[in-house]
Design a protein. Structure first.
Length: 186
């Protein structure tokens, strides 16, 4: 047992040395991945929010059909696709506006979180990491029903970004602790 613990400690020491050596690179990759998330939020506002806000219910019925017909042809009992289809059939102008507001709010929250991370707001790091893992989990669940390759890509990107978020958070906490020690001894 002592040998196993010694090996684990050795591995952790090597990982920490690697992280210290490449901390700047990890932070740059983190920044790029977060910026991509921000761009995604902006595109979500443009592509989804505005589209659904200006779309007429008849057009929305066609969009819903286009988005779900392939899934329903493969699995007519797909709960999520049937739910979307049912909602789309009962969507009114007010419902379309609600959908637009929801999507715009989702995108704005994503952009807000990206802004908080880039501003190094410490509370945002764990929140974003948990949210990204949740998104990835849902996307993997969806993949089991759709077998859509982009879902795997987005899941991997979200998990990768969550790991980077935690690594950067740990580094920032260490720096914060070091600064506090320096101030305490001064």
């Amino acid at each position: 047992m002592a040998k196993i613990l010694s090996e684990i400690h050795h591995i952790v020491v090597k990982i920490n040395a690697f992280l210290r050596k490449f901390a700047k690179t990890i932070f740059r990759i983190f920044e790029v991945s977060i910026i991509i998330k921000g761009i995604d939020g902006i595109l979500e506002i443009i592509g989804s929010g505005i589209l659904f806000y200006v779309a007429k219910p008849e057009r929305m019925d066609r969009i819903v059909l286009l988005l779900t017909e392939h899934e329903l042809s493969q699995d007519p009992d797909d709960t999520f696709a049937n739910l979307i289809t049912g909602l789309g059939q009962h969507l009114s102008v007010g419902g379309a506006r609600f959908g637009a507001i929801y999507l715009l709010a989702h995108a704005c929250i994503k952009i807000f979180m990206v802004t908080m991370l880039l501003s190094k707001k410490m509370w945002a790091y764990p929140v974003v990491a948990v949210a990204l893992v949740g998104f990835a989990g849902y996307q993997i669940y969806r993949f089991t029903h759709t077998h859509s390759a982009p879902l795997i890509f987005f899941s991997c990107f979200d998990i990768f970004t969550a790991i980077l978020t935690i690594l950067v958070y740990r580094q920032l906490k260490k720096e914060e602790l070091h600064r506090a020690k320096v101030l305490a001894t001064a």
